[in-house]
Design a protein around this ligand. Structure first.
Ligand code: PHE
Length: 357
């Protein structure tokens, strides 16, 4: 038995492939394997002989088995290491010549919007893109049965079976940042939050991921007039025109009361868009006075504080300002498109230096 053990442990140690190991297993422990044959001999032994030979053989069998299993795991590890070594890829390497890129219009417009609102005393806030049901809906006065949930074509994350907590969502708007910022800093507050949002929608004017900028101003004496002024200043600065006409249309959002959608006067003459003249109107944002329930949900006393909020589609206003016809092209990563519509990286938008020039 000692010979058998020494022989197989040695062979197992030297085996260098899984099929090698399998051959050894068959030779030792297979139906006609050496150890199996010995086991069969047990029947011919006297009871006394069997008492010592039986356990010894079983122990040998176990030991060979363990050695096989351990070696097999070792070989698998080595194979994986080898694969990791040979298939290694540095995903941080630039896939294209660094000089080939330029600033994406979304980045450019986000910078422009940030510069304009910074000038009016708004700071930039952020929030997570994977959001809880509470922040995306409930805290914004959108309870479980509310039709707005269905209308938003929400992407839900998956919960394990038996886990009955509401699933997280990919935020459908930047409005949850209103709650997060008020919770973190309280009132008074003046913030904007540019960022990605998600809805299950795809056609020429919708992509499943797009960008919004949220605005929130809360204080003791903020009115709808302040909202109107801020938005007019913003639109004039953004479109770089002296005169714009905005139309506030009564609307409905669960998180604002009253609510207004804002259209901008424009013309489409000759297929190009001009802002501030003409007979057409284009919707660019939703807004309103923050609903008392939203303030309450964020821990702010609505009998002391009130204010306004708005949400602008960044992609939308980028298309308008820079005459980009198809929204989907924004996210195609086509260098030719980017060279045409992109911006030089050193032209940082500022109000004094000119936003887009
Ligand atoms: N969150 C709204 C939307 O995505 C926009 C909005 C923001 C409206 C803030 C009012 C106030 O459609």
């Amino acid at each position: 038995m000692d010979d058998l053990k020494a022989k197989y442990l040695d062979l197992i140690g030297k085996a260098d492939t899984e099929s090698n190991l399998e051959d050894l297993r068959v030779a030792a422990l297979g139906k006609k394997g050496e150890i199996s044959l010995q086991m069969r001999e047990l029947g011919k032994m006297t009871p006394e002989e069997r008492q010592t030979a039986g356990p010894a053989l079983n122990a040998l069998k176990d030991e060979i088995n363990s050695a096989l299993v351990a070696k097999k795991a070792g070989l698998a590890d080595a194979a994986l290491d080898e694969r990791l070594r040979s298939e290694w890829l540095d995903v941080t390497l630039p896939s294209r010549d660094r000089k080939a890129g330029s600033i994406h219009p979304i980045t450019q417009v986000t910078e422009e919007v940030t510069a304009i609102f910074a000038d009016m005393g708004f700071s930039v806030a952020e929030g997570p893109q994977i959001e809880s049901d509470w922040y995306n809906f409930d805290a914004l006065n959108i309870p479980g049965h509310h039709p707005a949930r269905a209308e938003m074509d929400t992407f839900y994350t998956h919960r394990a079976e038996g886990d009955n907590r509401p699933p997280h969502v990919l935020r459908t708007h930047t409005s949850p940042v209103q709650i997060r910022s008020l919770e973190a800093n309280g009132a008074p507050i003046r913030i904007i939050c540019p960022g990605r949002v998600y809805r299950a929608d795809y056609d020429q004017t919708h992509t499943p991921m797009f960008h919004q900028v949220e605005g929130l101003a809360i204080d003791k004496d903020i009115s709808m007039a302040n909202l109107k002024w801020v938005l007019e200043e913003f639109v004039k600065a953004f479109f770089e025109v002296d005169d714009v006409e905005l139309r506030f249309r009564a609307s409905h959002f669960p998180f604002t009361e009253p609510s207004a959608e804002v259209d901008i006067r424009c013309s489409w003459e000759g297929g190009t868009l001009k802002v501030g003249e003409g007979d057409d109107w284009l919707e660019i944002l939703g807004s309103g006075m923050v609903h008392p329930k939203v303030l309450e949900a964020a821990g702010v006393d609505p009998s002391i504080y009130q204010g306004f909020a708005f949400g602008v589609g960044i992609d939308r206003i980028a298309m308008l300002k820079y005459g980009i016809p198809d929204l989907r092209a924004f996210f195609d990563s086509d260098l030719r498109w980017l060279r045409h519509y992109g911006f030089r990286s050193l032209d940082v938008p500022t109000l004094h230096g000119g936003l887009s020039k």
